[in-house]
Design a protein around this ligand. Structure first.
Ligand code: FEO
Length: 225
């Protein structure tokens, strides 16, 4: 069971996460139109992650026996004047999201809803990263100023961002590493899944190549076959 007030707040947060996805998709379209392809890719990845955030809350409400109420998503802004202005808006938006997450945590604690507080704790940590990465790009853009060459170098760097989101529309939210497993016989697949689940998501996100190497060459030789 979930308290009415918590359910309402979680549904509101689903809407805000989906709005965030919309906003970043709009920023991606803006960057495509101005030929900053790396920044467009960064924003598209960010939009995917926001959808994952919405789905994480969506799944939590359902698994607690709550009711999902999807609301209209506000139309985002479509035009900016510079990459700096876009990333400043990202930073400001993420600060706003952090405050909403803190409000959610306060509510969960007030209602003694420990399961929701646990789920929201993941978002508290995530917001530290979200704010830091936006603020880092804002700082770099300020340093770069009008230097077109440096701006293009930063654009190329931002193109390298990869998404390690769990895709919530796959069976039981498989990770990208788990998607590499179909060639394995099923008992082995299960063992590797358990191994992946035991490893923290953070270490997979930070060292995906090392993790794949470990699986391919050390743990299960047939993995690379
Ligand atoms: Fe889901 Fe970027 O906040």
């Amino acid at each position: 069971m979930i308290a009415e007030s918590v359910q309402e707040a979680l549904n509101k947060q689903i809407n805000r996460e989906l709005y965030s996805a919309y906003l970043y998709l709009s920023m991606s379209a803006y960057f495509e139109s101005t030929s900053y392809r790396g920044m467009a890719k960064w924003m598209r990845t960010q939009a995917l992650e926001e959808r994952e955030h919405a789905m994480k809350i969506f799944d939590h409400v359902i698994s607690r026996g709550g009711k999902i109420s999807l609301m209209p998503i506000e139309a985002p802004r479509q035009v900016w004047s510079t990459p700096l202005e876009v990333f400043e808006e990202v930073h400001k938006h993420e600060q706003k999201v952090t405050n909403w997450i803190y409000d959610l945590m306060d509510l969960a604690i007030r209602e003694k809803d420990h399961a929701t507080a646990n789920m929201v704790r993941w978002f508290v940590d995530e917001q530290v990263e979200e704010e830091a990465s936006a603020s880092d790009i804002v700082d770099r853009l300020k340093m770069i100023g009008e230097e077109k060459g440096l701006l293009l170098m930063l654009d190329a760097q931002l193109a390298e961002r990869a998404c390690y989101c769990r895709s919530s529309d796959r069976p039981w939210g498989r990770t990208p590493a788990e998607d590499s497993l179909p060639a394995l016989p099923s008992p082995l697949r299960l063992s590797v899944r358990l191994l992946i689940r035991t490893a923290s998501e953070a270490s997979f996100a930070s060292y995906p190549d090392v993790f794949h190497q470990l699986l391919s060459h050390i743990v299960l030789p047939p993995f690379s076959a």
